[in-house]
Design a protein around this ligand. Structure first.
Ligand code: ARG
Length: 247
C-alpha cells in the first residue's frame, strides 16, 4: 500500500515537470508592434490585436500546442527585447537580415515583401526611389525602410516611432515621401486613395520570419514545424486572400 502511494506521488511529480501538464505555467510571450496594418494592428472596434501575423502565429501555436500571449511593443524595444530574451519570440513583419540573425534566431521565411515609395497623389517629380535625392523621406526608425533611405544619395531620413505618423506627415505636406514594406504601403494608399499613391515598384526583396530568443532553439524548432504544417495546408494563401485580397 505504502509502495502504491509513493508510486502515485512520484508519478504526479513527474507529470508536473512535463510542459503543459502543470498548472499556472507561464505563457510564451510573443511580441508584436501592432501599428503595421494589415499584418499587425489594433482593431479600433474590438481593441484587439489582429492581422495576418496574428492569425499565422495563432495557427502555429495551435498546431504545436503552444500556450502563447501577444504583447504589444513598439518596434525599437521589440527588436532589443527579443535580442535580450525579454520576449520568447516576435512576429511583426520582421525582415530576416544577417545583422539581426546575429542577435536572434529566425524561423523559415513565411512571406516575401519589398520596400516601396509612397508620395502624395498630386506629386509629379518622384517616379521612383531614384528621384529622392534632395527630398525628405519618412520611415519607421530601425526598419529596413529606414536603411534604404540612408542608402539614397542626397535624401534626408526623417524617422518615426510609428509609421502611421510618417503617412500623416506625408499627407500634410511635411515630408516628400515614405519608404516602407509594400503590403503596408498599399494598405495606406488604399485607405487614402484621394491623397496618396505609390511611386515605382517594390525595389528590394525581403522575407519575413518569426524571431525567437537565441537561448530557445527548442521553441524555434516547434515554430518551424508548426509553420511547415500550416503552410502545407495552404494557410498562407488563405491569409493573403483574407488580409491582402483587396490590395
Ligand atoms: N519589414 C521591416 C523590417 O523588418 C519593417 C517591419 C516593421 N514592423 C512593424 N510591425 N512595425 O525592418
Amino acid at each position: 500500500m505504502k509502495r502504491l502511494f509513493w508510486c502515485v506521488l512520484i508519478g504526479l511529480m513527474l507529470l508536473a515537470m512535463v510542459p503543459g501538464c502543470s498548472q499556472g505555467e507561464a505563457k510564451i510571450r510573443i511580441a508584436t508592434d501592432a501599428t503595421w496594418p494589415p499584418f499587425e494592428y489594433v482593431d479600433e472596434e474590438t481593441m484587439e490585436i489582429v492581422g495576418f501575423d496574428i492569425d499565422l502565429m495563432t495557427a502555429i501555436a495551435e498546431k504545436e500546442d503552444l500556450d502563447i500571449e501577444f504583447v504589444n511593443v513598439a518596434w525599437d524595444p521589440l527588436l532589443a527585447g527579443v535580442a535580450q530574451c525579454q520576449y520568447d519570440a516576435a512576429i511583426s513583419s520582421i525582415t530576416i537580415t544577417f545583422e539581426r540573425a546575429e542577435a536572434m534566431l529566425f524561423s523559415d521565411p513565411y512571406f516575401a515583401a519589398g520596400q516601396i515609395v509612397t508620395v502624395r497623389i498630386d506629386n509629379t517629380d518622384i517616379a521612383d526611389k531614384d528621384d529622392l535625392g534632395g527630398k525628405v523621406v519618412g520611415a519607421q526608425l530601425g526598419t529596413t525602410g529606414a536603411m534604404e533611405v540612408e542608402k539614397i544619395a542626397g535624401a534626408t531620413l526623417k524617422s518615426y516611432d510609428e509609421i502611421g505618423l510618417a503617412y500623416q506627415d506625408l499627407m500634410n505636406g511635411q515630408i516628400d515621401a515614405v519608404i516602407a514594406d509594400n503590403p503596408l504601403a498599399l494598405e495606406y494608399v488604399g485607405k487614402n486613395s484621394d491623397k496618396l499613391k505609390t511611386a515605382g515598384e517594390a525595389f528590394t526583396s525581403e522575407f519575413y520570419g518569426i524571431a525567437v530568443c537565441k537561448d530557445n532553439p527548442e521553441l524555434l524548432a516547434k515554430i518551424n514545424s508548426g509553420l511547415a504544417a500550416v503552410k502545407a495546408e495552404g494557410l498562407i494563401e488563405e491569409l493573403v486572400d483574407k488580409w491582402l485580397g483587396s490590395q
